[in-house]
Design a protein around this ligand. Structure first.
Ligand SMILES: Cc1cc2nc3c(=O)[nH]c(=O)nc-3n(C[C@H](O)[C@H](O)[C@H](O)COP(=O)(O)OP(=O)(O)OC[C@H]3O[C@@H](n4cnc5c(N)ncnc54)[C@H](O)[C@@H]3O)c2cc1C
Length: 426
């Protein structure tokens, strides 16, 4: 068993964070805000176990694919974002909540290790169910696993700069926020050299939008049309080969790039099986604990909205707010106080269609165009885990406004996960 020793003594209280995404970053921030002294003095030890050594800010994926921002802007090393934590680059493999143990393996040494905890936060997020579509995992692209976006961005950049006679066809499966943004970004990047087909099984794109916002959906359709994206409704991606996408209506599209934004399934760390919903998400209690000593939020959890009683959407806003709340409640339990129920009610959502073009909805009020784009940018910058990266993003956009795309971000994707500096291990 691995025990982490500080100054010859195990810290009095150990908090283990599983994952390096929105939930755990904001749980850490909440904990530091309300119990930072205990962490800094060594009375509370924070350990992060994550399969990725950097936080990925997914919100700017479209801008990265469109060449507006370098990939690096969206990546913040966990050792920088959580400077008082011990970061272990590895994969959690099992949770034993009864004995408060978590099993894991290191990225560079697959032998099983065990760590005891006083409090555990599960923020392992979700992945696209790529194996549900034959051939997608082998021949297509997904966006949620570590390194996915770097690989796709480089592939698309090369395809867009390749001087073939035929336009390069990209098929995006899934017409939700992520799919629509990716379709717009790739069409924006490729111009006439890239033809984008967006395939969606529903009868309208952007099912996440509120029913009382039909204007936003219409605006999104117009933006896609402007960019030359062809939208196919009522069909799903059936299978993928090296050079074709086959659709459920029996048709096929010649395509060498197929991107699956087909929803997500939670990453399940075995254990706590009696506390999962039918989709495999950890069902949380009102204070976001799952059982005593275990907390969860974000895409891996089923968190119920405090007023509607429905599960909250799987997006970054809810992961951030859930993580913050877990951090606050962790601090309360350290001080022997009772926990508080999660009471956040939501803010809105947004999608981008290129520089200065967005739709957004804030507390039910719709915005489009520049105003929507600025609102989205303001919100994203506020929640970026690194102030330095946020300032760089602002600089990139300012340069883009002044000089156009070539000055801002269409540089090759320089870092892949393998290139990134190894995480500090505990
Ligand atoms: C392309 C794209 C664009 C998006 N755009 C937006 C947007 O504009 N607005 C918005 O609100 N949301 C957006 N989202 C959704 C948003 O990114 C997710 O809802 C959010 O990341 C969920 O946060 P999380 O902390 O639950 O999981 P994540 O942020 O995915 O973090 C999960 C972490 O767990 C790690 N992990 C996984 N398995 C293990 C394991 N077994 N052991 C240890 N670590 C593990 C992962 O490496 C990762 O570090 C987008 C998503 C994508 C893919």
């Amino acid at each position: 068993m691995t025990t982490l020793i500080r100054g010859g003594h195990r810290a009095r209280h150990r908090v283990v964070l599983l994952g390096g995404g929105y939930v755990t970053l904001h749980a850490y921030a909440g904990l530091m805000r309300h119990a930072g002294r205990a962490v800094r003095s060594g009375g509370v030890q924070v350990v992060v176990i994550s399969t990725d050594d950097a936080h990925s800010f997914h919100g700017f994926t479209g801008e990265v694919l469109a060449g507006l921002l370098p990939y690096d802007r969206t990546r913040t090393p966990l050792v920088d974002a959580m400077p008082h934590a011990n970061v272990i680059l590895g994969r959690a493999t099992a949770i034993d909540a009864e004995h408060r143990l978590v099993r894991y393996e290191l990225a560079d040494d697959p032998g099983e290790r065990v760590l005891d905890y006083d409090a555990l936060v599960v923020g392992t997020g979700g992945r696209e169910p790529a194996t549900a579509v034959p051939g997608l995992a082998e021949h297509g692209f997904t966006l949620r696993a570590p390194g996915d976006i770097a690989v796709l961005a480089e592939h698309v950049r090369q395809a867009a700069t390749h001087h073939d006679r035929q336009p390069h066809t990209v098929v995006i499966a899934g017409g939700g926020m992520a799919g629509v943004e990716m379709a717009a970004a790739l069409a924006d990047l490729g111009g006439a050299r890239v033809h984008v087909e967006l395939v969606h099984s529903g009868d309208a794109i952007l099912p996440e939008l509120r029913d009382d916002q039909p204007g936003l959906a219409r605006r999104a359709e117009r933006e896609l049309k402007r960019l030359g994206v062809r939208v196919r409704l009522g069909v799903r991606l059936a299978s993928v080969t090296e050079d074709h996408a086959y659709l459920s209506d029996g048709t096929s599209l010649p395509a060498s790039t197929v991107v699956g934004t087909i929803g997500q399934r939670p990453v399940q760390v075995p254990g706590l099986d009696a506390h999962r919903d039918p989709r495999g998400r950890l069902v949380t209690r009102p204070d976001l604990s799952v059982v005593d000593g275990v907390w969860a939020a974000g895409d891996a959890a089923c968190v119920v909205h405090p007023t509607s009683g429905e599960p909250v959407p799987a997006n970054a806003l809810w992961a951030i707010k859930g993580g913050e709340h877990v951090g606050r409640n962790l601090a309360r339990t350290l001080r022997g106080r009772s926990t508080k129920p999660f009471a956040y009610r939501g803010l809105g959502q947004a999608a981008s269609f290129g520089f200065g073009r967005s739709i957004s909805e804030l507390y039910g009020i719709p915005f489009t165009g520049w105003l929507a784009w600025v609102l989205r940018l303001t919100f994203f910058l506020r929640f970026m885990p690194s102030r330095r990266k946020a300032a760089q993003v602002l600089g990139d956009f300012a340069r883009h406004a002044a000089y156009g795309r070539s000055a801002s971000g269409s540089a090759p994707v320089e870092a892949t996960v393998a290139d990134l500096a190894p995480a500090r291990t505990a």
